[in-house]
Design a protein around this ligand. Structure first.
Ligand code: NMX
Ligand code: MLT
Length: 435
C-alpha cells in the first residue's frame, strides 16, 4: 500500500471512531427545523449532508479543510519558479486533511503520471459521437467508457467485505483523476484541432501536462490551469455536481458511475455551464454593440435587456454565497498581475461594477455578486483557449479532485444509501391545515 493510502486509512480509522461516537451519543439532537418553503425551494439552508473536504461560509466563501483560497495560494507547494498552487496539493489537503509537503505533492504527481494510461476503447467511444456533440457529453461518455476499468466494480462482483470498500474506491479515484486530463485534452483536440492529438509529457505536473496536451506552451497558461484546477475543485457537498456524485455513490455505484452522474449535473447552465455562458453573453453583447469595449451605460442597457427577456445574468448570483466569490477575486488578482490591459478582462471588470446594483434593484435576487464563472472565460480567451463550449470540461476535471476525495471518505465512513423522504402537495395541504 502506498504511503498516501496508508495515511488516509489511519485518518479514516480515527474519524470513524468519532463519527460512531457522535451518532451514539448525539444522534437524536436536532440541528434545525425544516420549513415548507425550504422543501419546495431547493432545500436551501437545510443541513442534510456531511462532506469533509470543504466548508462554505455565505460571506467569506469556501475554505478547504479550514484554508481560504488566499491561504492556499500562499501555502500549497508550487512548481519551481511558479507562483500558483499545485492541484496535487489541494487534493492531498482534501483527502488527508493536512497541508502536503513538497515530497507529498511530487509523490501524487508521479502516481497520477503512472496511472494515466487511457485504453483505446475510450477514445473509440468518443470518436463514435458526431463532432458537433457538446464537449460535456463527450466527457461523460468518455468517463462511462472508462468504467470498464473500475477496481471497485470488479471487486464487488467478486465479493468483498464492506470494510474494504474504501480501498477500491481510493484506487478508482486515483486512476480516474490520473486519466481525466488525457480524456479532456483528447476531446479538445478532436473537436477543435482536427484530431491532432498531443502525447502526455510524464515529466510535467498534472495541470502542466494537461496544458501541454491541450496544446498550449505559454507558461502563463500552465499557471492559469494550476490556479483554475485548484479553485474549482470543491464547494462543500450540497452543490449539484458534488451532491450527485455523493448520492449516486451511496448506492455503491463505483467512482466512474458516480462522477459521470455528477458531470451531467455540472453540464447544466445554472451550475457549471455558466462557465461558457458568461463569455458567450459578453461576446454577444460586444457583437450587438458593433465590437470594441462597451461603456458602463451600454452594459447596463444590455443587462436590462437580458432580464427583460426573462433570462438570468450568467456568472452572477449564488444559491448559498452572499458576497463576491473569493474564486472570482483570485482570478481577478491573477488578471491584474498577468494581463491587466486585456480588453475582455476589462469588460469583465466593468460588468462587475455594473451588474450588482441592477440585480439588487430587482429585490428578489439574494446574491447580486459575481460567482466563480464570471471571470474564467476572459482569462482562457487571453491565452487562446477561445472555444468556450469546452470550458465546463475544465471545470469538470477540477471538480473531480473534490468530489472523488469526498467519495473516498463516504466509503471509508460507511455512509448509508441516501434516501430522504418526499411528500405530495396533497400531503402538504393537509399538513398546513393541521390534519
Ligand atoms: N440574473 C437574474 N436573475 C437572477 C440571478 C441572475 N444572475 N440570480 C438569481 N436570480 C433570480 C432567480 O432566477 C429567482 O427568480 P424567480 O424568483 O423569478 O425564479 C430569484 O432571483 C431568486 O433567486 P435566488 O434565491 O437569488 O437564487 P437561487 O438560489 O435560486 O439560484 C443561481 C442560484 C446561481 C442558480 C442563480 O443566481 C443564477 O441563475 N445565476 C446565474 C447562473 C450562474 O451564474 N450559475 C453559476 C453558479 C455557480 N456555479 O458555477 O455553479
Ligand atoms: C460550485 O462551485 O459548485 C458552485 O458555486 C455552485 C454551488 O456551490 O452551489
Amino acid at each position: 500500500m502506498g504511503y498516501i493510502k496508508e495515511k488516509f486509512k489511519s485518518k479514516a480509522d480515527e474519524l470513524n471512531v468519532e463519527v460512531k461516537d457522535m451518532i451514539k451519543n448525539h444522534g437524536t439532537k436536532k440541528i434545525e427545523e425544516v420549513t415548507v418553503g425550504q422543501v419546495y425551494q431547493g432545500m436551501r439552508g437545510i443541513t442534510g449532508l456531511v462532506t469533509e473536504t470543504s466548508l462554505l461560509d455565505a460571506n467569506e466563501g469556501i475554505r478547504f479543510r479550514g484554508y481560504s483560497i488566499p491561504e492556499l495560494r500562499e501555502h500549497l507547494p508550487k512548481v519551481p519558479g511558479g507562483a500558483e498552487p499545485l492541484p496535487e496539493g489541494i487534493f492531498h489537503l482534501m483527502l488527508i486533511g493536512e497541508l502536503p509537503t513538497e515530497a507529498d505533492v511530487q509523490y501524487i504527481s508521479s502516481m497520477w503520471g503512472r496511472r494515466s494510461h487511457v485504453p483505446n476503447h475510450v477514445f473509440d467511444a468518443i470518436d463514435a459521437l458526431p463532432i458537433s456533440t457538446h464537449p460535456m457529453t463527450m466527457f461523460t461518455v468518455g468517463i462511462m467508457a472508462l468504467q470498464t476499468e473500475s477496481s471497485f466494480a470488479k471487486a464487488y462482483a467478486d465479493g468483498i467485505n464492506k470494510k474494504d470498500y474504501w480501498s477500491y474506491t481510493y484506487e478508482d479515484t486515483m486512476n480516474l483523476i490520473a486519466r481525466l486530463p488525457r480524456i479532456a485534452a483528447y476531446i479538445y483536440r478532436r473537436k477543435y484541432k482536427n484530431g491532432q492529438h498531443i502525447q502526455p509529457n510524464g515529466m510535467l505536473d498534472w495541470a502542466g501536462n494537461f496544458a501541454h496536451m491541450l496544446g498550449f506552451s505559454d507558461p502563463g497558461f500552465a499557471e492559469l490551469m494550476r490556479l483554475y484546477m485548484v479553485i474549482h475543485a470543491d464547494h462543500e457537498g450540497g452543490n449539484v455536481s458534488a451532491h450527485t456524485t455523493h448520492l449516486v455513490g451511496s448506492a455503491l455505484s463505483d467512482a466512474y458511475l458516480s462522477f459521470a452522474a455528477g458531470m451531467n449535473g455540472l453540464a447544466g447552465p445554472l451550475h457549471g455551464l455558466a462557465n461558457q455562458e458568461v463569455i458567450k453573453w459578453i461576446l454577444q453583447m460586444r457583437e450587438e454593440l458593433g465590437g470594441g469595449s462597451p461603456t458602463k451605460e451600454q452594459i447596463e442597457a444590455y443587462v436590462r435587456k437580458t432580464l427583460a427577456e426573462g433570462k438570468v445574468v450568467p456568472g452572477y448570483g449564488h444559491a448559498v454565497l452572499r458576497k463576491t466569490d473569493p474564486r472570482f477575486t483570485a482570478q481577478m488578482e491573477f488578471a491584474k498581475k498577468h494581463l491587466p490591459n486585456d480588453e475582455l478582462v476589462k469588460i469583465v471588470w466593468t460588468v462587475y461594477e455594473t451588474v450588482p446594483p441592477i440585480l439588487q434593484e430587482l429585490g428578489k435576487v439574494k446574491n447580486p455578486w459575481p460567482n466563480v464563472d464570471a471571470h474564467s472565460g476572459a482569462l482562457l480567451v487571453h491565452y487562446g483557449l477561445v472555444e468556450y463550449e469546452f470550458y465546463t470540461v475544465l471545470f469538470g476535471v477540477s471538480r473531480a479532485l473534490g468530489v472523488l476525495a469526498s467519495l473516498c471518505w463516504d466509503r471509508a465512513l460507511g455512509l448509508s444509501i441516501e434516501r430522504p423522504k418526499s411528500v405530495t402537495t396533497e400531503w402538504m395541504k393537509q399538513f398546513v391545515e393541521g390534519k
